[in-house]
Each structure stands twice: as structure tokens, then as C-alpha cells.
Ligand binder design. Sequence first.
Ligand SMILES: Cc1cc2nc3c(=O)[nH]c(=O)nc-3n(C[C@H](O)[C@H](O)[C@H](O)COP(=O)(O)OP(=O)(O)OC[C@H]3O[C@@H](n4cnc5c(N)ncnc54)[C@H](O)[C@@H]3O)c2cc1C
Length: 396
Amino acid sequence: MHHGIKKLLLLGAGHAHLHVLASLAQHRPADLDVTVLSPFAQLTYSGMIPGFVAGHYAEADCRIALEPLVRAAGARWVQGRCNGIDPVGNAVSVTAAGGAQGVPATLGFDTLSIDTGAVIDRARLEVDMPGAATHALAVRPIEAFAQLWPQVLQLAQRQPVSLAVVGAGAAGIELVLAAEQSIRQQGMPGARFTLVTGGPEVADSYRPAVRHKVLRQLKRRGITVLREACVGISAGEVLLSNGARLACDVPLLAIGTHAPPWLQGSGLALSDAGHVLVNAFQQSTSHPHVFAAGDVACRADTPHASSGVHAVRAGPPLAHNLLAVHQRKPLKSHQPPTNTLNLLSCGTGHAIASYGAWSVEGAWAWRWKDRIDRGFIERYRIGPRPAAQASGEPVS
Ligand SMILES: Cc1cc2nc3c(=O)[nH]c(=O)nc-3n(C[C@H](O)[C@H](O)[C@H](O)COP(=O)(O)OP(=O)(O)OC[C@H]3O[C@@H](n4cnc5c(N)ncnc54)[C@H](O)[C@@H]3O)c2cc1C
């Protein structure tokens, strides 16, 4: 038996940590002191952000308030960002966020759990795409993107804009279709929309049947597809790898994300791409008192794509294991699913659904996605429903 209060530190209030907090609200041992370090008072749910851009949702519809969840879990919220981890000295260095006062420079822990998501590393971005950090609107951090999007809409109401989304994965596809929908409805006529793929085909990680459906939607909506890499962005222009310059008032970056640079040099075992390497218990392969889930982590045994679905699925085993470590009970392994339901919203009340080799599209698929996404938000909203009932997952 251990003695005294033990400290559990949760870094980031990402998808998996929502479940950890909901579980703690149900049962938190009296000798477990829980702190959550997160820069924002809410989680902005990325799955609904294309719907926000399209005009289906208000920004508030896409948010889960953190403070009520933290309170229900008997935890403490520190408003700040982690900028370094010392897993041997059991300390995390902290930068205050949102103007918070009295934030400690370091936080100690006995057990650490990391769910801070992925980032767009501005230093790497500047090397790959000079000018992008200054002139483009990046989709991450998602909170900043959601706050800045109304300014794009205002610009589009004053002049016919040329908008280009750089990145043709799920987020880029959903965003260009959503932007086209809302600007065509609310903006000046004559707006132009482009999707810059980076070189490969649109939706290249999807099966051909889904890709075909996406390409048909883009064509129907008059969105130009450029199969070139973006190699720089300047005021009013996107520079392409073939030397062409695309006139562009609004460049949106929906490129692949990076691991947070502050993990480098921490001493934690990292994947080649710099994510926290974890085993089947979502436990660091180098430091057993450190756990990680979501986009910041990489499973050493079964690497899988990053997605909100995977982050959510890791929540229950993570919650179990964080308590099990404290109570010296056996850990539970987590088997990530091979296939997950994928719903791509097209902005017009239409979506493309796929699961493995199966794919279909229609208005009903959009209503399905809408119901699942709203359900996810409601389950973690503290109000009439107790947080302890939380469960469920978004779709990808
Ligand atoms: C436009 C868009 C749409 C998407 N749609 C879907 C979808 O429909 N389905 C799907 O499965 N996936 C979707 N994704 C992918 C999905 O967003 C990510 O895979 C998911 O957010 C990962 O969850 P997470 O818990 O790892 O991190 P996040 O959800 O990013 O949460 C991380 C949390 O940590 C906080 N944080 C960040 N840095 C720090 C720090 N240094 N210190 C402390 N806290 C920090 C953040 O503020 C945030 O609260 C979408 C992505 C985008 C961009």
C-alpha cells in the first residue's frame, strides 16, 4: 500500500481526457490529487468546425466547457500550456495562458497523462512554406481558427474573395466545401475556391470509391483542384512547386500536423515523427508513470492514423489505467479498431459515409453525422445530464 496523497497531472483537455474527467467524476479516490493543465476553458470539437464554417452551427455549439467537468471530477484547472517535461524529476514546465495570474512555473506529478493533440509547428512550417506562418490562416490551433473565421466571412461580404485551402485530406476537403457553401450563400458573388493537394490526388488516404465521390462533389461546386505542392505564401499569393503563383486573398492551411516540439529532449521515448511512443496500455515505453493518448501519442505495437475517433476510443482504457496505477491494480490493454466509421461532410447538408470498403453518400449521411457529433458534445456537457454518464465517440 502506498501512503500520502499522490498527484495525477493531466496535460491538455483533449478527447481522451474528457473521458478521464468524466470517470473521475464518478469515482475519484480521496488520496488522488488531480490537476488539469489546459490553455482554454473549453474543448473546441474539431469534428463540428467544418459545420461551423458552413453555417450549420454557432461556435458555442462546437464547444465543451471544461470547468464544470473539472469541478465534477474534484480536480483543479491550471490555465496554461506545457512547454517541457522532465519525466525523471517528475515536473512539467508551464507557460500561463489567457492572461491567467499566479500560474506556477512548474507542476509536479506522480503520474502524468498527455493528451495535448497535434500542432502545426511554426518553425517547421516556415522552412517548408516560407511566409505561411505570417500570411495563412492555419486550422490549428482550432480555437484560434474558429475565432478568426468570421473575419474571413466579413471580407467575403465586402469583396469577391479568392480562397485556397492547402491540404486535401479529410479536414481540407471538408473545409473547402464548407467555405464554398457559406461564402456562396453569404458573400459577394464571384468568389473563387481552390484546393491545393500538395502533389498527390485529393483524399489519397481513402479508397477509390470515396475519392471518386469527393472529386464529383468538388467538380459540382466549381472548386479548382491543383495537384501541386505549396512552397510559399506571400501577401495575396500562394506559390506552387511548378513555379505558378495563385492569386489568393485567404489561404487556409489544413496540412498534416506535427508532434509538439517541447517533447524533443524530454527523454521520453518518441516515434520517428516525435510523438510519445506508448504500449498497449497507452503507457510510455520508456517511463511507466507517463501515459499518452490521442494525436500526441503513437502506439509502438499497432501504429494507426491520428483521428478524433482513435483519441476517444483510448479514453476508457486510459481512465482505467490511470486509476489502476494509483491503486496498484492490473492495467487494461487497448486494441485500436482496424476500421472506423468515416463521415465527410460536404457543407450542403450532404455527407459521404465510409467504413472499410463500403461507402455511400446523401443527406441522410449528413443527418447521421450531425446527430453523432451533437450527441458527443451533449454527453460531456454538464447540465441536466450528469458527466458520469459520458460515453460515445465522434466519427472521422
Ligand atoms: C477541421 C478538422 C475536422 C476534423 N474532423 C474530424 C472528425 O470528424 N472525426 C475525427 O475522428 N477526427 C477529426 N479531425 C481530427 C481530430 O481533430 C484530431 O484527431 C483530434 O482532435 C485529436 O484529439 P486529441 O485528444 O489528441 O487532441 P485535441 O482534440 O487537439 O485536444 C488537445 C487539447 O490539448 C490542449 N493543448 C494543446 N497544447 C497544449 C499544451 N502545450 N499544454 C496543455 N494543453 C495543451 C488543447 O487546447 C486541447 O484542449 C478533424 C481535424 C480538423 C482539423
